[in-house]
Write a protein that binds this ligand. Structure first.
Ligand SMILES: Nc1nc2c(ncn2[C@@H]2O[C@H](COP(=O)(O)OP(=O)(O)OP(=O)(O)O)[C@@H](O)[C@H]2O)c(=O)[nH]1
Ligand SMILES: [Mg+2]
Ligand SMILES: [Zn+2]
Length: 307
């Protein structure tokens, strides 16, 4: 039987099959499947799998189908990437006005991940009801020269909710963002019957405990799935080689062919077109600093690793 992994908890994989949800374990042989060995987990939410019932209410996963793409992160402490989800059509990065504070460096990391995997990224800025007068200008200044898709919205007032719903329709999307930005609230307000657990107002200081504890896919209709995730504080990109990074900063890639050096790291090389565009303001300085930041963590990592 063929089903989709909709949730993982402990050693159980919940498979959506028709309208049912079936708890499954992994067959041991999957741990030896060469294709799956690269990642910390043999299967993830979004995976299409073959499974067999064990006679009772539960089953076992026999095979994981080829993936269209994977959504992973990688930290320097581990040799394998964490597999968070598979077969995505869209990465929705959630940020918010108010608290926790807007963290565009974090967003940039996810944009890099999306570019690397070929998965489109949408930036959704929630709590628009709390936005100050200049908050949206700051956002647009940061991304000038790049112009990513951005939706400003509020789970509380319903602003922008229909726009987001339209974008998500017919796709498998993942919601990613720090704890407290309102990922689960957005799902609840889009689908009032859902009633998922969100953070207590009194604890939503930006430091609070995570309200969501598992990666879980919510099926909206036959063609639409949205994956809610626990808040992430960081997002590791250690699988990316330093000289690859500039390819995933879209507005840099555009100018890179005109740099005097090739490849150019755009850090200090003479005749660097990217640096010129930062100086004349066509690329935002903050975005460039964000690039340098990621670059230096990657260089640190690779230099120490191969020494
Ligand atoms: N003012 C305002 N508050 C909001 C809005 N959306 C969510 N909140 C509040 O923000 C807090 C956090 O919301 P959650 O939906 O639990 O956030 P989350 O991103 O799912 O957090 P984790 O599950 O911990 O990752 C809650 O107290 C919500 O009531 C909004 O549009 N405006
Ligand atoms: Mg949540
Ligand atoms: Zn350059």
């Amino acid at each position: 039987m063929t089903g989709t992994v909709v949730k993982i908890y402990g050693r159980y994989y919940v498979i959506g099959y028709g309208g049912r949800k079936i708890n499954c374990v992994l067959r041991g042989k999957l741990r030896r499947d060469k294709r799956l060995e690269k990642y910390s987990e043999a299967a993830a939410v979004g995976d299409l799998v073959e499974f067999e019932m064990d006679g009772g209410e539960t089953g076992a996963i026999e095979y994981v189908h080829e993936r269209r793409n994977v959504f992973t992160r990688k930290y320097k402490e581990s040799d394998r990437s964490d597999l968070i989800a598979a077969n995505l059509d869209l990465i929705v990065v959630i940020q918010c006005f108010g608290k926790p504070r807007l963290n565009l460096r974090f967003v940039d990391r996810l944009m890099v991940r999306g570019e690397k995997e070929g998965i489109p990224v949408l930036l959704c800025v929630n709590k628009f009801d709390l936005a100050g007068e200049h908050d949206t200008d700051q956002l647009h200044r940061y991304y000038r020269g790049y112009n990513p898709d951005i939706i400003l919205m509020s789970a509380k007032t319903g602003d922008g909710l229909d726009e987001l719903k339209d974008v998500l329709s017919g796709k498998l999307s993942i919601l990613i963002g720090n704890s407290g930005v309102g990922k689960t609230s957005i799902l609840n307000s889009m689908f009032p019957g859902l009633d998922l657990r969100t953070m207590d107002i009194s604890k939503s200081t930006g430091k609070g405990r995570h309200a969501t504890t598992n990666v879980e896919m919510i099926r909206m209709d036959d063609n639409t799935g949205i994956i809610d995730t626990p808040g992430l504080r960081e997002f590791g990109l250690m699988d990316i080689k330093p000289n690859e990074l500039a390819n995933y900063f879209m507005e840099f890639r555009h100018y890179a062919s005109r740099c005097s050096f090739s490849p150019c790291t755009h850090e200090h090389e003479p005749g660097c077109e990217v640096i010129k565009k930062v100086e004349n303001g066509e690329i935002s300085k903050d975005r460039y600093i964000s690039y340098l930041n990621i670059m230096s963590t990657l260089k640190d990592y690779y230099e120490n690793r191969y020494r």
